[in-house]
Design a protein around this ligand. Structure first.
Ligand SMILES: Cc1ncc(COP(=O)(O)O)c(C=O)c1O
Length: 410
């Protein structure tokens, strides 16, 4: 009999050697050194790297404009401000995401309305979008969760038919494509994060992309404390914020962009082979293959776990056993976003105009996201950068646990 690693047996995924993340490359080292040597560490002091990053990132997306900002949270807030969101407006937000995808809305004085999540894709459930549109709704923030694109063929006509703006939170999706077009370019704005765990990291950082000249100019002014585009000094025309990215982080992000595609192709190939194995394991539900997803970006990856196919073994115990076998996985967000105390009325009420009708999120129930919180298993994108044999051993480890559940269930 094979002994599970959690009981002292040999780990099934011993071959899985996960590389360090983040990693430097020559270009990053060179550009950061140049930024340091230039003596211009703030873009307003005459540096070139924020400009270069914006030009390269926009070109990479075939977008007209990009504005670099200090993080992905600021990117969403900036997009909302540039879209003209006013205090008391409502914006539809995902229920399964990092908090910034929704907290950016009260941060600009507006009300988040949570829409359910499709547990198969982890993205907004488009079937339920119209349920949460009210006469105060002005826009939608959707997240390309884990880099798996939202169904743009369905989402775009729907938001257009209701005259809403769309902000694509692409914090996880650097390099993902829908029908040959980079995500982040379908809505009014695409927003990205360069935080260290992301696949294009600069420690902290972010960027917005848009094809709209007017929105781009507004974003540029607002991110530079209301100064006119390209100016410094003490004339402030709009009530903006300081969301600027530093030159040093821009230099780092510019260098990291040069290796993004090559790394994504390794992740994609490893994931393709892993999926073939995972799809054959009862009780492991992977995301649907969709031919319209023509390239994948990554931040993390997920599958759903069904205890019934593992003799009732709880997800927590499954995760513990898989970790012991050498596969680092976790359970992701433990609650739907609307359950976070940060969204309780007494907390977000402080940010909204007096008398705003705030939904009682504590009593909200959205079945798709609640199912995900019970069943999700996540792993980091760096796992998919391990060598092919190591990645394949993830499936071996899962099968080993499935074959030995009797030793795990008391
Ligand atoms: C989906 C999503 N949106 C936005 C953000 C915010 O990015 P940042 O941490 O750079 O503020 C994150 C960060 O993890 C994220 O996962």
């Amino acid at each position: 009999m094979v002994e599970l690693a959690i009981h002292g047996g040999p780990a099934a995924a011993e071959a899985l050697e996960i590389p360090e993340w983040p990693t430097m490359n020559e270009a990053s080292e060179q550009y950061v050194q140049e930024a340091l040597d230039s003596g211009h560490w703030c873009r307003n002091a005459g540096g070139e790297f924020c400009d270069r990053l914006e030009a390269e990132f926009a070109a990479y997306h075939d977008a007209k404009h990009a504005v670099a900002v200090c993080n992905g949270t600021a990117a969403i807030e900036l997009a909302l401000l540039a879209c003209g969101v006013e205090p008391g407006d409502e914006v539809i937000v995902p229920s399964y995401s990092f908090i910034a995808s929704a907290s950016a809305v009260p941060a600009v004085g507006a009300v988040p309305r949570f829409v359910d999540t499709d547990p198969r894709t982890y993205n907004i459930d488009v079937d339920h979008l119209e349920d949460v549109i009210t006469d105060r709704t002005v826009g939608v923030i959707g997240v390309h969760f884990a880099g798996y694109p939202m169904d743009m063929d369905r989402l775009i006509p729907l938001v257009e038919s209701h005259d809403l703006f769309l902000i694509e939170d692409a914090a996880h999706a650097q390099g993902s494509e829908w029908n040959g077009e980079k995500v982040g370019t379908f809505g009014e704005f695409g927003t990205f994060s360069f935080q260290e765990s992301k696949s294009l990291p600069s420690g902290e950082g972010g960027i917005v992309v848009t094809d709209d000249d007017v929105l781009a100019e507004r974003a540029r002014i607002l991110h530079n404390i209301g100064r006119e585009q390209g100016t410094t000094g003490y004339r402030h025309y709009r009530m903006g914020r300081n969301y600027r990215l530093s030159e040093i982080q821009a230099a780092l992000a510019l260098g990291q962009l040069e290796k993004l595609d090559a790394e994504n192709r390794i992740r994609e190939e490893n994931e393709r082979r892993l999926l073939e194995e995972l799809e054959a394991i009862p009780g492991i539900e992977t995301k649907p293959r969709d031919e319209r997803i023509t390239a994948r970006g990554y931040c993390l990856e997920n599958f759903r776990y069904d205890p019934d196919a593992f003799d009732g073994l709880s997800r927590d115990r499954f995760i513990e056993a898989l970790n012991a076998e050498g596969v680092p996985v976790g359970d992701g967000y433990e609650m739907p976003m609307y359950r976070q105390p940060a969204f309780f009325r007494n907390e977000i009420g402080r940010l909204l105009p007096d008398g705003t009708d705030i939904p009682d999120y504590r009593h909200l129930h959205l079945p798709g996201v609640e199912e995900l919180c019970r069943t999700n298993v996540s792993y980091n994108h760096k796992v998919l950068l391990a060598d092919a044999e190591g990645v394949q051993s993830i499936a071996t480890a899962i099968r080993k646990i499935q074959d030995n559940t009797d030793t795990l269930i008391e």
